[in-house]
Ligand binder design. Structure first.
Ligand SMILES: Nc1ncnc2c1ncn2[C@@H]1O[C@H](COP(=O)(O)OP(=O)(O)OP(=O)(O)O)[C@@H](O)[C@H]1O
Ligand SMILES: [Mg+2]
Length: 374
């Protein structure tokens, strides 16, 4: 429904065989290569590379690398994962973009065409000439009606809605240049740069009439967004990620950050009596993010009168052992782990591995799927 591709770069003359999704996260780069065969997305290769070592810090930590280091890491990963295509989709981090929802006093498409960019200026902290702005109208009556037809009928009866809600997506031009330059330096080409939220939506959301919350816990932050009837309705970033757990473990257990990361990944949330301290540090640390998530869910319910029916967990942070069970206890609604590889054809023997690693690859898979669709 919404993409930024029209704003960028070249379009390809012929459909390439294999495509790559590239997710440059704060702690790791993830790539997924897919090919279309008989209408199906076949998984050709995938891989992940921690950025910590390129920044002189530990694995699992959020980094802020200069461009040339990112290029170096990306090239290493492309080689390591035997990537064989140069055609890719790449994500822009949520933290380097701005997503807002604004109310407009009209729903007339021509009026919106001029009014939205003017209104958007109020939300954008820099001159509008410095950004790329994309927007789309959120379908009206999405909450009250059970199907598209009913909504349409109601709109017709009332002579159309008098106001509309508009989704704004803004990326600074410097950010776009940076990512385009990374692609060029890594010998990749794209017609699709996309804010990561839209990529993972494509990879994990099924057609549904329900409202669902996607919980993406990365290293440095946790992205929370609500999708209602397949449309993005709210997006929040909590400035806490899985690296906070590592740092808290390192402090509480007086061990190095590297060792704490190891304990986090191998022990996780365990019910064994001798693992009690680890469990307590982790769950205390996660409380803040869970509370924020519940607040986002409640706010949405208050605003729309519609319940959020499911939480879908993604991001490397949700790979923590026992995370799903803890999340189920904290949220009063259904919680599942995202399974983005389910949208691809994979060798049977790999299925358990891919199901386990899947939540970390949602963004990369969504980007590759977009390339196949386009
Ligand atoms: N098996 C695991 N158990 C527990 N934690 C894990 C596991 N694997 C990865 N992590 C943690 O997940 C985090 C990385 O997640 P992810 O790869 O989604 O982050 P990112 O995309 O690089 O970061 P961001 O989205 O914040 O930019 C790290 O902090 C890492 O310690
Ligand atoms: Mg991420």
């Amino acid at each position: 429904m919404f993409n930024l591709s029209s704003l960028f770069n070249t379009f390809f003359k012929k459909t390439p065989e294999s495509v790559l999704g590239v997710d440059i996260g704060s702690s790791a780069i993830k790539v997924v290569q897919l090919r279309k065969k008989n209408g199906k997305a076949i998984l050709e290769t995938y891989g992940e590379l921690s950025l910590g070592p390129y920044a002189g810090t530990e694995i699992g930590r959020a980094t802020n690398l200069p461009q040339e280091k990112i290029v170096e890491a990306l090239k290493d990963l492309i080689k390591e994962a035997n990537v064989s295509t140069t055609v890719c989709g790449m994500s822009i981090p949520a933290s380097a973009s701005l997503i807002s929802f604004i109310k407009m006093p009209t729903s007339d498409p021509r009026q919106l065409e001029t009014a939205v960019p003017l209104e958007a200026r109020k939300y954008i902290p820099v001159p509008i000439t410095e950004v790329s702005l994309n927007w789309s109208v959120i379908p009206e009556n999405v909450h009250e009606f059970t199907n598209e037809f009913e909504a349409h009928e109601e709109a017709r009866k009332t002579d159309g809605p008098q106001s509309s809600e508009v989704l704004l997506a803004v990326i600074h031009n410097d950010v776009l240049s940076k990512y385009n330059q990374i692609l060029r330096d890594a010998n990749l080409q794209t017609n699709a740069l996309e804010i990561e939220i839209f990529s993972s939506m494509r990879a994990i959301i099924e057609q549904s009439l329900d409202a669902e919350l996607v919980f993406d816990m990365g290293a440095g932050s946790t992205k929370l967004y609500i999708i209602d009837r397949n449309v993005l309705h709210a997006a929040h970033t909590v400035n806490r990620g899985s690296q906070e757990i590592t740092l808290a473990l390192s402090r509480s257990l007086s061990m190095s950050v590297g060792d704490a990361e190891h304990i986090k990944r191998t022990v996780g949330i365990s019910n064994e009596p001798e693992k009690r301290q680890v469990r307590e540090v982790i769950s205390l640390n996660l409380d803040y993010v869970f509370t924020e998530t519940n607040r986002v869910i409640l706010n949405y319910q208050k605003k729309t009168g519609k319940n959020v029916s499911r939480v879908i967990l993604t991001g490397g942070g949700s790979l923590l052992k026992g995370f799903l069970e803890l999340a189920r206890a904290k949220f009063q609604i259904e919680v599942v782990l995202g399974d983005p590889f389910a949208k691809t054809e994979t060798p049977a023997f790999l299925e358990p591995v891919l199901k386990a690693a899947g939540p970390g690859f949602a963004v990369a898979i969504g980007l590759a799927l977009k390339q196949l669709q386009d």
